[in-house]
Design a protein. Sequence first.
Length: 407
Amino acid sequence: MAGFSLLVLIAAGLVIWSVSESDPYVAPRPEQSAGRISPAEATSTLRLLTEAVEGRDASASAQLAPADDTVSRDLLTSVVANADLLDIEDFALRYIDVSGAIGADGTWTAAVDATWAFGGYDPGPSRAEVLVRFSSVGGGASIVDIGGGDRVTPLWLAGPATVRQTSDVLVLAEGTGAAVERSAARYLAQGRAAIPVVRRVLPQWRGPLVLEVPASEQQFDRSLDAEPGDYSGIAAVTANPDLSSVPGAPVHVFINPAQFDDLRAQGAQIVITHEAAHVATDAASTRSMPQWLLEGFADYVALRDVTLPDSRTSAQVIEQVRADGLPDALPGLPDFDATTGHAGAAYEAAWIVCRVLAERAGERELVRFYESVKDGTPVDAALKASFSWSEQQLVRAWRTRLSDLAA
């Protein structure tokens, strides 16, 4: 027993001595796997996700998320579910390069070239750079998130979604559940109602019409790679899903729920029909068109058969003329900036220009004029060919109409 006591005392003395020195004792931490950037592993993971999407294999996509990350797993399974609902074609993911440094949590982000098409609705594939966040802790590269940052975030890659469709209209709405189902059904009905209205002016157009409906203004901005506030006050935008502005690329209508959901039923329908007119004329790829003709023509189509008095349909421009006098020139691009607070008056003023032209020589000449300018004919030359007017004469006739309305 005495020997045992001596050993205990010696051991206790060693512990006391070690913690009383000037350098404190620190127990060693267990080794941890540090995060790392691995382009080769990321490339392999992207290939596996491509195969999972092409094979509509949700279980395979789930295995590409970090082991205990249910959020990432749900995201990846939703990508496959959305691909099935949308009949995604021509899908491909190609690793490009690292974007930024490795994070404190061991994750890192890469720019990835994504290609996809909505089967039966898109005339060809969209192609855009998206950001994919990886975790390379341990073996392989797991996918943590898709989208965000300073790149476009395709809605179908952003999480669970609801799809409603007919042969001529497709609605892709972010989220699931009864409320989203009801909203998607409403958008589908509005899209279907828009097509025959557009065809009364543009009979050669048969659709289809694709409506993408983010759940929030933040996701709306992400879908269009826009800065917060860029589309404040705008209910919907027609654009290429990859923002390419390439002629012949898919053209979709993106709805801003923060603005659109505040509209009354008739106003909401007019917005959808206005955007459908943009789709029908491939406005997303139009670069030389004056803004007053681009927007005024779409409003002409949308409002052609609406039975409302001018005091309502032109209320904002009438108020502006009464307050500031007649404008000197047709509305230009800055006038349509929603952040100015006067964009509504600009849209109304542009619509009135197109009404004046249609009354001058008929609707067919208005369409011919629009198409001629879209094809690159200078406005003055196209005006003379269709209406025997110069732009100066058009401005005078338009100012006279505004004066009559404001009287």
